[in-house]
Design a protein around this ligand. Structure first.
Ligand SMILES: Nc1ncnc2c1ncn2[C@@H]1O[C@H](COP(=O)(O)OP(=O)(O)OP(=O)(O)O)[C@@H](O)[C@H]1O
Length: 305
């Protein structure tokens, strides 16, 4: 089977409130898939239902062909989960936290030490095995949680906002581990985020708002479909640039000798500019972003401003 996760017509209601509204999507085996959306979009509800923690209201949710409602134990053995909030026991050491998880998953005693070593190596925390969980920084705790989620060799890793609240350097480190797991261990990664730059790295992104998927594709395809690239040009011959842009029917705004231009294809745009090249005194190109995608579809900024 090509798809690791298949979700069809999934609905989740809390009382009368519909948090997830007829959502369908598929996650390809071995890919990194992201749910991108503002707070309250329904991302955690979906991830928690896929992880067998919440009960669906209706629809079908399959992980590696197993139904999350009727084959819970099978699904739990297939998946590793890192929750939004830390769930480490603060009064235990890193090793004790990991050991407890091994027992929980019924791993044979003979493999436990080796597994703990293996997962701590992945997240570069071997030296911290004996440290109390309470003494670790937020980023280190998240790394231990990632290590813990890998102890039983899951096929799918679910990460609910894995880097929220972490500093940029730690976020980059966490991403290094996530991409390593995908590439080297062939693990399928499903994550939720409201960070554009993180969604950019994923193979496929489902943009979610008010419980619905409003767009789904690769970041490149989404940007190509919903956004335009922009150029800011300063010209030493503004009248001739204006004539040129009008002749090519390009959308632009002019402020004296500054031009703000939208275009579809960088290659064609640069060709258009060839004859004007000697007069360009400054040029800045800005690519469309996933935030522009969200803005284009909803009229709102994903960060809520
Ligand atoms: N247990 C609950 N009871 C009632 N409403 C809930 C419950 N859990 C979530 N909701 C509501 O469902 C909607 C979706 O919440 P969810 O946590 O899935 O969103 P999210 O996209 O993950 O946002 P966040 O990033 O804030 O976690 C929100 O409006 C939330 O208030």
């Amino acid at each position: 089977m090509e798809n690791m996760i298949v979700v069809k017509d999934f609905v989740k209601k809390y009382g009368d409130y519909t948090a997830v509204d007829h959502v369908s999507f598929e996650v390809e085996r071995g890919s990194i898939f992201a749910f991108l959306g503002p707070n309250g979009a329904g991302k955690s509800t979906t991830i928690n239902t896929l992880c067998t923690i919440f009960e669906k209201t209706s629809g079908t949710l399959l992980v590696d062909g197993k139904d999350v409602s009727t084959q819970k134990d099978d699904v739990r053995h297939l998946i590793g989960v890192v929750f939004q909030e830390s769930t480490l026991d603060q009064k235990m050491t890193v090793e004790e936290n990991l050991r407890m998880h091994c027992h929980f998953y019924g791993l044979p005693r003979s493999v436990i030490a080796e597994r703990i070593h293996f997962v701590l190596e992945i997240v570069d925390l071997m030296d911290w095995k004996k440290a109390m969980a309470s003494s670790l920084s937020g980023g280190m705790k998240r790394r231990v949680e990632i290590a813990r989620s890998l102890l039983h060799f899951p096929k799918v890793l679910f990460l609910d906002e894995p880097t929220t609240g972490l500093d940029p350097k730690t976020r980059a480190k966490i991403w290094e581990y996530i991409t390593k797991l995908q590439k080297e261990k062939k693990i399928t990664v499903f994550l939720t985020t409201h960070y554009m730059d993180e969604a950019e790295i994923c193979n496929k992104v489902a943009v979610m708002d008010h419980g619905k998927i409003i767009a789904i594709d690769s970041p490149y395809a989404l940007k190509r479909r919903y956004t335009k690239d922009k150029a800011h040009i300063k010209s030493a011959d503004a009248p001739s640039l204006e004539t040129l842009l009008k002749r090519h029917r390009l959308t632009f705004k002019r402020e004296e000798d500054h031009f703000f231009i939208e275009f579809d294809e960088l290659e064609n745009f640069l060709k258009t500019l060839t004859e004007h090249q000697p007069y360009i005194t400054d040029l800045e190109i800005k690519k469309g972003t996933l935030n522009d995608v969200f803005l284009e579809i909803t009229g709102r900024d994903i960060r809520g401003d």
